[in-house]
Write a protein that binds this ligand. Structure first.
Ligand SMILES: [Cu+2]
Length: 171
């Protein structure tokens, strides 16, 4: 039988779309199993650098952030300027969420944004987000890109305190 060229194009397109979806799925799933019986999972340089196990030696602070459909808990954090922070994120909901931190300029979708890793956090999955609190302090917003109205929060950063014993010229 012969297919009308337009129909054939549609079939090809559908094939392509489902292939792409499959690829995306296998990528997302392959991310969190530890290689089982197959080839060893690739380790990213970042993982290797901070030991992946997480005794918490790499960050000054670890903060837990829980996600639900569609909530953050808690929605407010405090930190000190210059601190390195690792957010331990867990998605207890069913929906896909993420965390985007607005960064030093406190504006979203700019270069200094910090994103959860993985960037898509599926239901019952965990993620991390590493961030260094800006020294001058301030208030920095974070949100879920998928639910930017409902899922928002902020981090209040105290300016780093270097005034106490940094007297350059003594008496
Ligand atoms: Cu969300």
């Amino acid at each position: 039988m012969t297919l009308h060229p337009a129909f054939r194009r549609i079939v090809l397109l559908l094939l392509l779309v489902s292939l792409t979806a499959l690829l995306a799925l296998s990528f997302a799933c392959g991310d969190d199993d530890d290689g089982g019986d197959g080839a060893p999972a690739a380790t990213t340089p970042a993982d290797a650098a901070d030991g992946a196990g997480g005794d918490g030696q790499s960050a000054d602070r670890e903060l837990a952030l829980s996600m639900g459909d569609n909530t953050f808990e808690p929605t407010e954090f405090t930190a000190s300027g210059g601190q390195t922070i690792t957010f331990r994120i867990s998605n207890g909901g069913k929906q896909i969420h993420n965390v985007r931190l607005a960064g030093a300029d406190n504006e979203y979708i700019t270069e200094d944004d910090a994103l959860s890793l993985p960037t898509l956090v599926y239901g019952d999955e965990a993620a991390t987000l590493d961030w260094t609190a800006p020294g001058p302090g301030g208030t920095f917003d974070f949100r879920c890109d998928f639910h930017p109205a409902a899922m928002v929060g902020k981090i209040t950063v105290e300016p780093s305190d270097q005034s106490s014993d940094v007297g350059g010229e003594g008496p």
